[in-house]
Design a protein around this ligand. Structure first.
Ligand SMILES: [Zn+2]
Length: 279
């Protein structure tokens, strides 16, 4: 059998098999095919989910590398040379290109650590996401942390999604970052009178059990701007502020955010004094 005979033979065989195959494709097989397609789609959705997780890991690793290189330069005395300075500016520009996407993507404050050195160069970024205590120093004491606790009224063990700061009645409550007032709710239950603020990078903050509200819905506020006063409205047993942070719609532990701005600025002040000392 030569080549032409061979292909003709198989073409004929195939043509004979075709109609048979198409008529046997019945409901059962169609259902099976549909099942396979759904399975494929499900698998694809899952891998893309994994992919976003992997992407976050990779970005975090990249941030850690940037941070290491920045730290080497931080407070260095050899910065005067043109080459080093140029390299340094390039490095900052490289990080800047990634930083916004990174801040939008991270799920909580544990991911801020790799960018702490960067924040020393760009501390104004700290004004745009929760990085400070919403009460004045000396006005408050932490009375309940984030996590599982026995509820003071119902006595049931329940997860506490925020942090409680005990403070006297009428003490000013500050916005922990710049943003927009998205909700003011007057309730007799739960959070009582409370305010929700929307910030950049997918952050939201909630201030609960308030006495007086000093802002309007839709109003833009600056970080450290007064928004309300401490009270005990809603399900509360004493004067305190219930403070909550949500990141990409999920409630997270605000603990690491509270001292963030102070830590960065303390380091900046320390660096400036040592530099002055050298001069
Ligand atoms: Zn609370």
């Amino acid at each position: 059998m030569n080549y032409f005979e061979f292909t003709a033979f198989w073409r004929k065989k195939y043509k004979m098999a075709m109609p048979k195959w198409s008529t046997t494709l019945e409901k059962k097989q169609l259902a099976y095919l549909l099942f396979l397609v759904v399975l494929c789609l499900f698998y694809m959705a899952r891998t893309s989910f994994d992919f976003s997780g992997r992407q976050l890991d990779m970005t975090t690793m990249a941030m850690e590398r940037f941070d290491e290189r920045l730290r080497i330069n931080w407070g260095s005395t050899v910065l005067d040379t043109m080459v080093v300075e140029k390299e340094h500016e390039q490095l900052l520009a490289d990080i800047e290109a990634h930083i916004v996407a990174y801040l939008y993507r991270i799920p909580d404050y544990s991911y801020i650590a790799p960018m702490e050195t960067y924040l020393k160069y760009r501390p104004q970024l700290l004004e745009q996401f929760p990085s400070a205590v919403p009460l004045e120093k000396g006005d408050y004491a932490v009375s309940s942390t984030y996590g599982i606790r026995t509820h003071p009224i119902s006595a049931k063990r329940k997860k506490h999604f925020g942090i409680d700061l005990a403070a006297p009645l009428g003490k000013p409550v500050y916005a922990s970052a710049s943003g927009t007032i998205v909700a003011i709710v007057y309730s007799k239950k739960g959070y009582g009178t409370h305010i929700i603020l929307k910030h950049r990078f997918g952050f939201e903050t909630l201030y609960g059990h308030l006495n007086k509200v000093l802002v309007l819905e839709g109003q833009k506020v600056k970080q450290h701007g007064v928004i309300a006063t401490v009270g005990s409205t809603g399900s509360s047993t004493g004067y305190h502020l219930h403070y909550e942070i949500r990141k990409n719609k999920t409630k997270i532990d605000p603990r690491l955010s509270l001292g963030l701005k102070k830590t960065i600025y303390d380091d900046l002040i320390e660096l400036n004094t040592t530099k002055d000392g050298r001069d």
